[in-house]
Design a protein around this ligand. Structure first.
Ligand SMILES: [Zn+2]
Length: 225
């Protein structure tokens, strides 16, 4: 491989001293999951409030407000949930990782169903509420999906591969990949590089092994991707 030089202003930020122990990671993930569940309960509460407000609709804004607060709570809850799954990855890929998207559907679909099947409602009100509820549903689901889901198997495999590197790796500010070689050609272009443990990389959403220096290519070939 041709020798390449790192940019001269490159900064490597060492965050290894902030690494959590396994029990600290588990408890941090647990707290985040509890916060997420509380926020989802409040979101469902807003949905119920929106249904009640809609049933005795006189003015529109309280119902709209309930829907918007519902959406905000769902979106914030899902960010806590996703972060927890990256700190302490679940065993299954789909169900637990995408639980936020499921909760977002639950926080809007029943309201929309009740809205659409209701008669004797001012058609103008109905139209506005349908549009707002649909937008809230789409935004909440879209922002609740984990587009980079990880399982405990992914982390176990990464930890195993990192053993030869002291369990440490490198990553750039804007990339999904982690690297074992700080001078990896794909890292040399980055102005800021972080140096931490493999668990920290996962926590930061760096879950993709670099094709050049972290065996990503072999892993993808083995998994038939
Ligand atoms: Zn690399």
């Amino acid at each position: 491989m041709a020798e390449r030089k790192a940019r001269e202003d490159r900064v490597i930020t060492d965050i290894r001293d902030q690494a959590k122990t396994e029990s600290q990671r588990k408890s941090a993930a647990r707290s985040k999951r509890i916060v997420a569940i509380i926020l989802w309960i409040l979101a469902i509460g807003c949905e119920v409030a929106a249904v009640i407000l809609f049933k005795k609709l006189v003015v529109l804004w309280p119902c709209l407000l309930a829907l918007i607060v519902d959406a905000i709570l769902c979106i914030v809850a899902a960010q806590f949930w996703k972060k927890a799954n990256h700190i302490d990855p679940p065993a299954g890929k789909f169900w637990q990782n995408q639980f936020g998207a499921f909760m977002a559907v639950l926080a809007f679909a029943p309201f929309i169903l009740i809205l659409l099947t209701s008669k004797d409602v001012d058609p103008k009100f109905k139209k506005i509420l349908t549009v707002v509820a649909a937008l809230c549903l789409v935004a909440s689901v879209g922002l609740s999906i984990d587009y980079n889901p990880v399982t405990i198997d992914d982390l176990d495999e990464a930890e195993l591969n990192a053993l030869g590197y002291g369990g440490e790796c490198y990553w750039a500010r804007y990339s999904k990949s982690y690297h074992f070689d700080p001078d990896c050609p794909t890292l040399l272009r980055s102005k800021e590089v972080f140096h931490g443990t493999i668990e920290q990389a996962f926590e930061e959403g760096r879950t993709d092994p670099c094709d050049f220096c972290a065996g990503g290519k072999e892993q993808k070939e083995n998994s038939g991707e």
